[in-house]
Design a binder for this molecule. Structure first.
Ligand code: PEP
Ligand code: MG
Length: 761
């Protein structure tokens, strides 16, 4: 039976046409289960009914015609109860609904199983038999197992097949769901971009005996030079408008092009007799396989960057003339895998939004899209690109919805929303230089979360008053060994001098969990509960001391450094880390004093509150450090025992869970009692509702991505502290996250702030 089941599911998922696949499947199931009829009813949520889509046993004329309301008939009952229903004599069941056109007069027994994908009933799979008998437990188990396995295949097939469906009388129908990659909305013509040169199409060849090895090397070197200059041009173009660290991708490309990396490996292959294109393909494929095998999702996401780099090199190698497609004035870029260089190339040519069939909101394209303020949808299910080219679409980057060929009424609705968005963005920018203060005079500081030095000068103008979290692990990632003290000093100095008058909080290395270093692999069954953050650096004082020395050294002139320790779970870790920081400080102080009589200032030291245990030791911790900063991303993950990166439990990961909010409130109250400054640097700070609640709780500072600073400032300037306290007291009385969300959404709408959480003003 297991083999039959696997075969049915495999054949189904490989089929390109949903309806044909269903027809074949019902016949296979009828035969395998030796029954008189097998049918599939698919749910139509617009019309709130199940449609008989395919059957082997019922009349063909009824396919696509016969419908049963969501609470109608035995099929409706299966859908409602979300469990299998096994009835020996269906016709005498009170829920039986007679549809003469289906021709089921002779059928008596009924067994139906719901087809459920991600908690949503997609349809019902039913078998029927002439004989009046209850189906066996084994038959029931088979049908349930089959429908569980078919659910994903049907969900994917629906997404693929939906493009082929006709629009029903003027209603938009073609709606695809992806991952919301960057907020914002766009309405325009889709232009699909295929990679210009494709390494996948290269067949491996060696150059013949008379061919010149040097010529192949020269060809390759010229291509490298051209590619390098392409990247310089692109990064110059982008740096005019990008104000954060996303440009880092071009550094990564340039590093890969260095003779010590790809260059040397490709030359080696040419030396072995491969022609330049084949050598390039061999090396890039090797890198792709290596990166795909990495556990770290950030590094795994670099595969598309490597492929992009390979194709660019190939393009220059082939010396193709760039095909400049006739682009419309404005367009939505759609590609199998939108890459950073595609964005760089098209962003000045009328790019309105991006849709990437691959990738997640961790991909560089999404990071860049957010930096460029372009709406983005990532990871839309695999649909043939060709079907999308030139079609008009609506991109909703808030919800991840893509509407293809929308009807005029939906277009009008979205046009209005776009206008309102523009107004809102303009309005928000007006407050950039004003203080972050509520209408009744309560102020709060807004700070930046940052990861690299580039672009700080611009970020400053967004109205933040310092850096609340500088994540140091990113510069440690794209390397082949730990950076030296000098390299780190250089890097940190750039950050510290960008905000010479304001505090810059640098977090010590927080690798482990989902962030691993290629040259320092950590293999664990439970990485988020394992060797991570301070646990690693205390076990490796040689790494910690070098980093802290570099930070202190870098701050010798600006004296604006604050050091923050990640993943603290007990008091001893704090004592040990302070001991090492003191050691570094005193060593350096005497060095500096002896060298040039300079006096170094000792940085303030703070800890991240992100492991639940610290909530119960705030007093002891407050006696040891100068400040606290809540890492709400991890605090949520650890309080709720929900992996922050696992899409299967994404619904459970919620910073508005009453337990998380109560923890945040306790932290605020106790910190005030111990007179210790408190900030929050997780994503919650950049959400309007989150910022309001944190303000009401008494947080002194909120740290967030540069892009969100003006928005949160505007929100705070337009509310009343007193009112936020009332909101907080309501929120703290709720027992479910759903209650919290609906109350906060309603409040934001009433306060005229709804435009920040959905499309439109
Ligand atoms: C956090 O956990 O909230 C945080 C800011 O740190 P990271 O997201 O880098 O773990
Ligand atoms: Mg964290």
């Amino acid at each position: 039976m297991l083999t039959t089941l696997r075969r049915i599911v495999l054949e189904f998922s490989q089929s390109s046409e949903l309806e044909c696949a269903l027809l074949r499947m019902v016949t296979q199931v009828r035969t395998a289960m030796n029954t008189d009829c097998c049918s599939v009813y698919l749910a139509d949520y617009q019309n709130q009914n199940f449609i008989l889509t395919a059957s082997d046993g019922l009349a063909e004329r009824a396919f696509g015609q016969t419908t049963l309301g969501f609470s109608e008939g035995l099929v409706g009952l299966v859908g409602q109860r979300e469990e299998p229903i096994n009835i020996a004599d269906a016709k005498n069941h009170p829920n039986f609904s007679h549809a003469p056109e289906v021709g089921e007069e002779e059928l008596s027994a009924f067994l139906g199983a719901p087809i459920i994908h991600q908690r949503k009933v997609l349809g019902v799979l039913a078998i029927q038999q002439k004989e009046t008998r209850g189906f066996t437990e084994e038959e029931e188990a088979f049908l349930v197992t089959l429908s569980v396995q078919l659910a994903t295949a049907i969900a994917n097939a629906e997404a693929r097949g939906i493009l082929g469906k006709k629009q029903d009388n003027g209603k938009w129908l073609k709606q695809l769901q992806g991952i919301a990659g960057a907020p914002g909305i766009a309405l325009g013509q889709m232009i699909t971009i295929q990679p210009k040169a494709d390494l996948a199409s290269i067949s491996l060849e060696k150059f013949g005996a008379n061919n010149n090895r040097d010529m192949q090397i020269e060809l390759f070197e010229n291509a490298v030079e051209e590619t390098r200059s392409d990247f310089v041009q692109m990064s110059i173009k982008l740096s005019e408008i990008i104000q954060d660290d996303s440009l880092h991708i071009f550094e990564f490309y340039k590093q890969l092009l260095e003779p010590t990396n790809l260059g040397h490996e490709i030359s080696d292959k040419i030396q072995l007799g491969w022609n330049a294109q084949s050598a390039l393909k061999l090396v890039i494929d090797h890198y792709i396989v290596k990166f795909e095998a990495l556990e770290d999702p950030y590094l795994r996401d670099r595969v598309s960057d490597i492929r992009d780099l390979g194709n660019r090199l190939l393009f220059n190698l082939q010396q193709q003339s760039q095909l400049d497609t006739q682009l419309p004035e404005q367009f939505i870029l759609v590609a199998e895998d939108v890459t950073a260089s595609m964005l760089a190339e098209y962003q000045h040519k009328g790019l309105q939004a991006i849709v990437s069939l691959c990738g997640s909101n961790n991909s560089h394209a999404a990071i860049l899209a957010r930096a460029l303020d372009l709406p983005a949808i990532m990871g839309v299910e695999s649909i043939p690109l060709g079907q999308l080219n030139n079609q008009v679409a609506i991109v909703d980057g808030y919800s991840g919805e893509l509407f293809i060929a929308p009807h005029q009424s939906l277009k009008n609705e979205y046009k209005l929303l776009i206008k309102e968005e523009l107004k809102l963005t303009k309005k928000v920018r007006e407050v950039t230089h004003l203080p972050t203060i509520t209408q009744d005079g309560r102020s709060i500081e807004l700070l930046l979360n940052a990861g690299l030095s580039s672009g700080f000068e611009h970020s400053k103008h967004l109205g933040a008053v310092g850096i609340g979290l500088y994540r140091t692990e990113i510069p440690f990632m794209n390397r082949s060994c730990f950076p030296t003290e000098q390299e780190q000093t250089h890097l940190y100095k750039a950050v510290l001098t960008a905000f010479p008058q304001q505090a810059v909080t640098m977090r010590t290395l927080d690798v482990g969990g989902d962030k691993t270093l290629p040259y320092f692999p950590i293999k664990e069954d439970n990485p988020f509960l394992g060797w991570r953050g301070i646990r690693i650096t205390l076990d490796h004082p040689e790494i910690f001391l070098v980093q802290v020395r570099a930070m202190i050294r870098a701050s010798c002139h600006t004296k604006n450094l604050e050091i923050m320790l990640p993943m603290i779970s007990n008091v001893t870790e704090v004592d040990d880390a302070i001991c090492l920081i003191n050691q570094a400080y005193f060593e350096l102080s005497s060095e500096f004093f002896l060298e040039n009589g300079q006096v170094l200032s000792r940085p303030k030291i703070g800890i991240m509150l992100e492991v639940p245990s610290v909530i119960f030791q705030l007093k002891e911790l407050a006696q040891r450090v100068d400040f606290f900063s809540v890492g709400s991303n991890d605090l949520t993950q650890y309080l709720l025992a929900v992996d922050r990166n696992n899409p299967r439990v994404a619904d459970l990961y919620d910073a508005y869970h009453p337990a998380v909010l109560k923890a945040l409130n306790t932290i605020a109250q106790e910190s005030a009692q111990y007179l210790i400054p408190l900030s929050l640097c997780g994503e919650l700070a950049s959400e309007p509702a989150g910022a309001l609640l944190l303000l009401a709780m008494g947080y002194d500072k909120l740290s967030m991505n540069p892009h969100n600073v003006p928005k949160i400032k505007w929100v705070i300037r337009h509310i009343n502290y007193h009112h936020s306290k009332i909101m907080l007291s309501h929120v703290l009385s709720f027992s479910t996250a759903q209650q919290v969300h609906s109350y906060l959404n309603e409040q934001l709408e009433q306060l005229g702030l709804g435009g920040f959480i959905r499309a439109g003003m």
